[in-house]
Design a protein around this ligand. Structure first.
Ligand SMILES: Cc1cc2nc3c(=O)[nH]c(=O)nc-3n(C[C@H](O)[C@H](O)[C@H](O)COP(=O)(O)OP(=O)(O)OC[C@H]3O[C@@H](n4cnc5c(N)ncnc54)[C@H](O)[C@@H]3O)c2cc1C
Length: 456
């Protein structure tokens, strides 16, 4: 059965029922009574799972959270070992307006922010030469012009990839290194997808909150504290199977079985695609086919710390045109918001999984090679390095979801529909409009909790 798609009204309702006023209302109390004595097993302690768990616990359910990793947070984790926050997963609050739930959560823990200014950017060409401001303006205009033309050229049911659409609306544009760089550093980074695999129809139609992005200088993952507060979370517990039926649910793990009335499953799309967790009975065909058809991209990060800066410490971002698309082509300069001499490089698009599969030594050599193409012998050996391997981590197998050519937005949204009123999927991949974000993951946790309450 096809149930209505997620919409703003529903979201508002979901956000409302967590408010103190609602909990104290007759309807809130009635729901809490219905949940009393019910046990909900939540799989995964990322933002979505914790949000669902916290909401249901606050509403009176017994909740057990099962998490494979020895820590909570999933794709939200801050590493302080370099003296400044290295955000292993999510790094920015996209659109930090007051109505963005991620901003509300970080405000609640007294976070401090830095506005990352995409215009504070210097770009170098393949010869390592800094391009002029005029050239950068031209590149940015060409990029937006192509996106606008793609938008105008779209027809209902358009099956093209972004790359095919670029070649249609601006033949030869991808041969211009500046345009190719912008398509990768901007579009492939924000979508986590190679433009050759990304739906031209859907890649630019997510919803966004207002205001320029911010990074959380006090650490993004501090928002997890209140979400996890008081929850029974079993860390280092790997879920192997989720059985669901009329009598309830049994979740089998490497530490034994957990029985309950309902199960909320926030497993990342990569894990669902790999089928390393079994469902009994198997997921309904339409869910499985949506999981198979959605794509899960990746982004690879490399943070290099040096004793002295060899770069301009006032410039926030460095763009570097590399002949291989997506190869360490965008760098964030930590000196613009900390005292640490750190450059954070990003590999995106088809190169991100290539960089992900490299050993740490290979990754460093690869990133340093790109830095030397600009700063030559001035580049010193790093004194500390951190890097990410999301695509090969068996508990994630990627970074965030995207729509393939020929795919549909409903492939995300339909996954959030309850399964036999026992099993409820959530996570960033279950909300097309806000997928690939912390605020999206949070919203899906609220929606899953609401679905559980509707099922009681
Ligand atoms: C590199 C990168 C950069 C990003 N940048 C941004 C950004 O700048 N801004 C932004 O808003 N968002 C960003 N995101 C996206 C954001 O991090 C995610 O959308 C969000 O964290 C997903 O939350 P989730 O709860 O859906 O999934 P997850 O956080 O992945 O939670 C799922 C949990 O399930 C656990 N799990 C997996 N397998 C098992 C198992 N078998 N048994 C038990 N537990 C299991 C995992 O360990 C994990 O903790 C980024 C993500 C990545 C990876």
């Amino acid at each position: 059965m096809k149930t209505p798609q997620f919409d703003r009204r529903k979201l508002l309702k979901a956000a409302l029922f967590t408010s103190a006023a609602f909990l104290a209302s007759p309807m809130g109390r009635a729901r809490a009574q219905a949940l009393a004595g019910k046990t909900v097993i939540v799989v995964g302690a990322g933002v979505a799972g914790l949000t669902a768990a916290k909401t249901l616990k606050d509403q009176g359910a017994e909740v057990i959270v099962l998490e494979a990793n020895p820590h909570i947070g999933g794709r939200l984790r801050t590493d302080w070992s370099m003296g400044a926050p290295f955000e292993v997963g999510a790094g920015w609050i996209h659109g930090p307006s007051d109505d963005n739930p991620a901003k509300q959560l970080t405000d609640a823990v007294g976070a401090q922010y830095v506005v990352t200014d995409d215009e504070n950017l210097v770009v170098f060409n393949e010869q390592g030469e800094e391009i002029s401001e005029e050239e950068l303006v031209e590149i940015n205009e060409a990029w937006t012009d192509i996106l606008d033309k793609i938008d105008e050229s779209l027809e209902s049911g358009d099956q093209r990839s972004v790359l095919q659409a670029i070649n249609d609306v601006a033949p030869g544009a991808m041969n211009e290194p500046g345009v190719a760089w912008a398509m990768s550093a901007y579009t492939e980074f924000s979508t986590g997808a190679p433009i050759e695999n990304l739906s031209a129809y859907y890649f630019n139609s997510d919803k966004a909150f207002d205001l320029p992005d911010v990074a959380v200088t006090t650490g993004y993952d501090k928002l997890l504290g209140p979400l996890a507060d008081g929850l029974d979370i079993k860390l280092s517990t790997i879920v192997k199977q989720i059985a669901y039926g009329d009598d309830g649910v049994t979740v089998s793990t490497d530490k034994g079985d957990f029985d309950g009335d309902y199960v909320v499953c926030s497993l990342p799309l990569g894990v669902l695609k790999a089928k390393t967790v079994a469902f009994d009975p198997p997921l309904p065909d339409d869910y499985q086919s949506n999981i198979d058809n959605l794509a899960f991209g990746t982004v690879t990060k490399l943070a290099l710390k040096f004793t002295e800066p060899f770069w301009d410490i006032e410039t926030q971002y460095f763009g570097i045109m590399t002949s291989e698309k997506g190869r360490w082509n965008y760098w964030l300069n930590y000196r613009t918001f900390s005292n640490e001499n750190i450059l954070l490089g990003l590999s995106v698009g088809a190169y991100a999984p290539v960089a992900d599969r490299m050993s740490d030594a290979e990754q460093i050599a690869d990133g340093m090679d790109v830095l030397r193409s600009v700063w030559g012998d001035a580049v010193t050996e790093p004194v500390q390095v951190l890097s990410t391997h999301w695509a090969t981590d068996p508990h994630f197998l990627g970074a965030y979801a995207y729509i393939r050519p020929g795919g549909r937005a409903s492939q995300c949204d339909d996954l959030a529909n309850p399964i036999e009123d026992r099993l409820f999927l959530c996570g960033e991949h279950t909300i097309f409009d806000y997928k690939g974000t912390i605020h999206g993951a949070y919203m899906t946790g609220l929606i899953a909790a609401e679905h559980v309450m509707d099922a009681v």
